[in-house]
Every structure is written in C-alpha cells, then in structure tokens.
Ligand binder design. Structure first.
Ligand SMILES: [Cu+2]
Length: 253
C-alpha cells in the first residue's frame, strides 16, 4: 500500500517535475523501487539533502529508510508503474494528465549540510574512537554484542561533542537495517549486499540513520555526536527483531 491504498493513481502534468518523499514504513519488507521508463533523481536521504540530484534507475529501500526523489514527466503521456522489483508488485500508478508544462530538474540543491558531510569524508578517521557492534541471534532472541535488550542491554557511552567511527558487523545469515536515533551518520564502507546500494551510500554527501547491514557483512560510518545528552537507542529496524531484543542503549554523556 502507498498512503494506505493499494496501487493508487497519482497524476502529473506532462513536463512537470514532482518531489516525492518516500518512507519504507513496512515492518520487515525490503523494496527495490523503480519507475517505468523514468529516471529518478535522488535529492535527499534520511537526514539531509544532497548537493545535486543523483540520477538512479532503482533504489533499495529497507524498513525505516527515507529518500527524496524528483520525477520529471518527460515521456509519452500515458500511465507508468512505480514498481517494487523485489516482488514485481506495482505500488502506485503515475498518470499523465492536464496541461503541458516545462519544469526543469535543478542542477544544484545547494545544501550546506552536504558541504559539511563532504568535509567529514576528508577526516583522518584513525584519530577517532573506533566502536564495533555485532548483530546476533542468541537463544532465539535478537542481540547486539550478544546482549539481549530486555535482559542485559548493551550500552554504548559516547561523549557529546565528538566524532566516532562505528562498524556494525552482521553475524547472521540475513540482512538487518541498522537504525540509530539522534545524529545522522556518514557511511564510509559497506561490505556485502547490493553493490549499487553500497556505491551510492558510500559516495553521496548525505546523513543516514538507517543503513542496511548485509547478511554476514558490515557497515562503517562516521558518527557525529553533537547534540543532546541522555539515553536513546539503536536497533534493527525490522520490527520483529527489535521486539525480540536486537536493540541497545546509546548513552550520550
Ligand atoms: Cu534485523
């Protein structure tokens, strides 16, 4: 369903550009989204806008991930399917309708955050605190560093005003969408899984808080710990895994 409806129709004027903000609000489904005959222009990720639109033909969206994309109605007027390539299901139908117009895809998004993220990618990470966290199943429960949340939660204490490098290692045979609250992170390495996903998110200058950790693979990110003291959480965003304990406490001191 999209906005609570099965295959709704969305109209677009010929020549019009629309901005779509897409959230995967499913409990566990992974979508690989593609719009028939149309290029999608990625302009935003979970927590920030990019410096310029990135043309893509498909994008993996795991539970909790968000993307902002631009769509231009530059094809023969008709109807086109927004598809999930994983299941073959049509999620939404785009229908050309109304008067011709001629919107342009902007060449720059001009995000100050993107410039800041670009500078973070230049950091000497060897001088930063390195943290490794593992995702596991233990006795049928979910765990981080083999600790189940409601039994004995793993607690990571991070000083506010610092940057840390986190590596999340998936020690299970299935993917898990990692999610942490508060500050978004700069993804610098993804091992395993969809190579397009890894290439995209290790290169775009955006802040992410939900990143797929491939089965038996890993992700590494620079985490700014800049605002807010207190306790928050990180967890797998497959809700069934979070519910059985694949969650930890992030204590910001
Ligand atoms: Cu999971």
């Amino acid at each position: 369903m999209v906005n609570g409806q099965v295959n709704p129709v969305l109209t677009i004027q010929p020549g019009q550009v629309q901005r779509w903000r897409i959230l995967n609000a499913s409990v566990y489904r992974y979508y690989k989204i593609s719009l028939q005959n149309h290029t999608m222009y990625l302009v935003g990720v979970d927590d920030s806008l990019l410096e310029q639109p990135v043309p893509i033909n498909e994008i993996l969206l795991t539970p909790g991930e968000r993307v902002d994309i631009l769509i231009k109605a530059d094809q023969t007027p008709g109807t086109y399917a927004l598809q999930d390539l994983n299941s073959g299901i049509t999620l939404l139908t785009l229908e050309y309708s109304g008067a011709q117009t001629n919107d342009q895809i902007p060449t720059t998004i001009n995000s100050e955050i993107a410039q800041w993220v670009a500078s973070l990618r230049q950091m000497d990470i060897s001088s930063l605190r390195q943290v490794t966290m593992t995702l596991n199943f233990v006795r049928g429960r979910g765990a981080i560093n083999r600790q189940v949340f409601d039994e004995n939660p793993y607690i990571l204490e991070s000083p506010v005003g610092t940057y840390e490098v986190w590596t999340i290692v998936n020690q299970t045979g299935m993917d898990h969408p990692w999610h942490h609250h508060t500050d978004g992170a700069v993804v610098i390495d993804i091992r395993g899984g969809d190579p397009n996903y890894a290439r995209l998110y290790t290169s775009v200058n955006g802040l992410k808080d939900t990143i797929n950790v491939p089965a038996m693979g890993s992700i590494t990110m620079i985490v700014p710990v800049l605002d807010f003291t207190g306790d928050t959480v990180f967890h797998c965003h497959i809700l069934g895994h979070e519910d059985i304990g694949m969650m930890g406490i992030w204590r910001r001191v």
